[in-house]
Design a protein around this ligand. Structure first.
Ligand code: SF4
Length: 174
């Protein structure tokens, strides 16, 4: 697959995003983008401190602090993963808290798609014969508990709720 190809693991989103009359999406913007900066693409540009930005070249093999290309690439990758994961965990937590407040009748939001809630609740082992608010409460609580685990404990819900293609892709990378 070419470097200039991006796709969504969710087929419907992928097809919708490519329609010419659909709004601007990450997929469309990715394909239109001019070439990437060579240093940034290789991960050998560091902007972690005000001594930089430092770029690694054959004549300058380390940054001002002495960091090598390997250190800079590893740090950039880990920081990008941490920032991206934090951003999505924040979305997930806010959504779970909104669901919780709807279940408790503390917000103006209502649960419109009960069937969808039951479908996902079943995937994480919730008894779906209960009332919709009880299911929503248990679902939101389980998500918040999973997100709050210490780093020494593995999260449980990712494997149960992820799209199979995305899960496979993640496993192939580890
Ligand atoms: S390589 Fe070192 S000195 Fe340069 S910006 Fe990064 S941390 Fe700062």
């Amino acid at each position: 697959m070419s470097d200039n190809y991006i796709y969504s693991a969710e087929k419907v989103i992928d097809e919708l995003s490519r329609k010419p009359d659909f709004v601007s999406t990450a997929i469309k913007r990715w394909e239109k983008r001019d070439s990437k900066c060579g240093f940034g693409y290789k991960g050998i540009c560091c902007r972690l401190c005000s001594n930089g930005p430092c770029r690694i070249t054959p004549t300058q093999p380390v940054g001002i602090c002495g960091a090598t290309a390997d250190s800079i690439v590893a740090r950039n990758l880990l920081r990008a993963i941490a920032a991206g994961a934090s951003c999505y965990v924040h979305h997930c937590r806010n959504t779970a808290m909104t669901l919780l407040s709807a279940a408790e009748g503390k917000s103006p939001y209502i649960i419109k798609d009960e069937e969808k809630l039951r479908r996902y609740a079943k995937k994480i082992g919730i008894n779906i014969s209960k009332g919709v608010k009880e299911i929503a409460y248990e679902f939101a609580t389980k998500v918040l508990q999973d997100l709050s685990k210490p780093y020494t404990e593995k999260v449980e819900l990712v494997a149960k709720l992820s799209l199979p293609a995305r899960l496979r892709h993640g496993k192939n990378l580890t």
